[in-house]
Design a protein around this ligand. Structure first.
Ligand SMILES: Cc1cc2nc3c(=O)[nH]c(=O)nc-3n(C[C@H](O)[C@H](O)[C@H](O)COP(=O)(O)O)c2cc1C
Length: 394
């Protein structure tokens, strides 16, 4: 039997310090017309494997087969950030991981942490099928997939017995997936890490498919390979999983610029890719923009894209004014987006760190100050401009 108590990994979300307050009290809901609704049938119930596979594909096709997807990120893939990425080429997104028990029990957590803009994967961590179902039923009308986090390798997940630590308890994994697949009106997706052994990974993926998973996102690193900069994601394993299962598969890991995305899809045959950390520095990644790390290094084929991270930050802040989020999320994005700029002017970062209470005025002022100091770190684009057409005007 699963441990019934999940670690309060999101406890900080419920605390009342300044960084956890919403940045504005004005909440705007997105018009229904902006929500893409896919045709849905009745719940999966106990369908045969063959019918389930057909439905998984019909559903995915109905959603328009999004290829460029914002990965789930605690405190970082919140609505304003997802909307910014959507403007710059992302075609779908995951919510941050939500804690299934806190979500089903706490109204404040639900109202602060859950927002929708579709196509959307809502991700939960869980170790109890009934609790997970209760949480999932609260969101199923507002999303396209309910996703289960089987990939989190952090200590907090070990203590709480969820995420990648459920790889040690596959019967529980199966029961979580079956519970949702048999009861929900939306399909269930899973995000997994790979095992050190290829056959174990393939068996795992096949078990998930059998249990009713309708879409599988594979992060090509093992549970112990926590540092994404140190360990390259293994696309060969992702390809082997894609060949072994019949449901749509997405790849995650090493998508640092748009050419990585296309190359990964070509090499592995997956339906689409997820990017996480690289998007935090560069939310315009899917529209073909590159940070200097990948823009300057490419045999002189890149040029100044006439867009920079400070402009993206201003766009993000404006979205936060419309769609309020806790300040701690905004603070995190300011650091990620302006990291390169702060390296040139560390005193501006220090002033930000000293500011215990943030305001939009202060943050717009930070951007103005950096510009007055003459700091500009451009994003680059390939000279041929091939991928920039992805950027949609919203
Ligand atoms: C700030 C941050 C928060 C994350 N939170 C989650 C999460 O809530 N759920 C999840 O499945 N993975 C989470 N991840 C992992 C990413 O979704 C992704 O699997 C991992 O970073 C590898 O992708 P990348 O190489 O594009 O960064 C997080 C990663 C980062 C950097």
């Amino acid at each position: 039997m699963a441990a019934q108590t999940l670690e309060l990994s999101s406890q900080s979300l419920l605390a009342n310090d300044e960084d956890n307050t919403l940045c504005s009290s004005e909440i705007t809901t997105l018009p229904q017309s902006e929500l893409l609704s896919a045709a849905l049938g009745p719940p999966n119930g106990h369908l045969t494997g063959e019918v389930r596979i057909e439905r998984a594909w019909a559903y995915w096709n109905g959603l328009g087969r999004p290829k460029l997807i914002v990965a789930p990120m605690v405190d970082n893939s919140e609505l304003p950030f997802r909307l910014l990425c959507r403007k710059y080429g992302a075609q779908a997104a995951y919510t941050p991981m939500l804690h299934s028990r806190i979500f089903s029990e706490t109204e404040k957590y639900r109202s602060q942490e859950f927002t929708t803009y579709r196509p959307l994967f809502v991700q939960f961590c869980a170790n109890d099928p009934d609790t997970l179902l209760e949480a999932a039923q609260r969101v199923e009308a507002y999303c396209d997939y309910v996703d289960i986090n089987f990939g989190c390798p952090q200590r907090i997940a070990r203590r709480g017995n969820y995420g990648a630590f459920l790889m040690d308890n596959l019967p529980l994994v199966r029961s979580l997936v079956e519970k949702l697949a048999n009861s929900l009106n939306v399909p269930v997706s899973c995000k997994i890490r790979i095992f050190p052994d290829l056959q174990d990974t393939i068996n795992y993926a096949k078990m998930l498919e059998e249990a009713g998973c309708a879409l599988l996102a594979v992060h090509g690193r093992t549970r112990d390979e926590k540092d994404g900069k140190k360990f390259r994601a293994n696309w060969n394993v992702i390809k082997a999983v894609r060949e072994a299962v019949r449901i749509p598969v997405l790849a995650n890991g090493n998508i640092r610029h748009i050419e990585d995305a296309w190359q990964c899809m070509e090499e592995t045959g997956v339906e689409g890719v997820l990017s996480a950390e690289p998007l935090l520095e560069n939310p315009a990644l899917f529209a073909g923009y590159r940070t200097a790390e990948w823009g300057l290094d490419d045999e002189g084929t890149c040029k100044d894209g006439e867009l920079d991270q400070a402009e993206l930050l201003v766009e993000y802040l404006k979205l936060c004014e419309k769609h309020p989020v806790p300040w701690r999320m905004i603070r995190s994005h300011v650091h990620k987006l302006l990291g390169d700029w702060f390296r040139v002017h560390p005193n501006v970062r220090e002033d930000l760190n000293k500011q215990s209470v943030l305001t939009f005025e202060f943050l717009y002022g930070i951007v103005d100050r950096l510009r007055e100091l003459g700091a500009r770190v451009p994003l680059y684009v390939k000279d041929d401009n091939r991928y920039r057409s992805c950027a949609s005007e919203t």
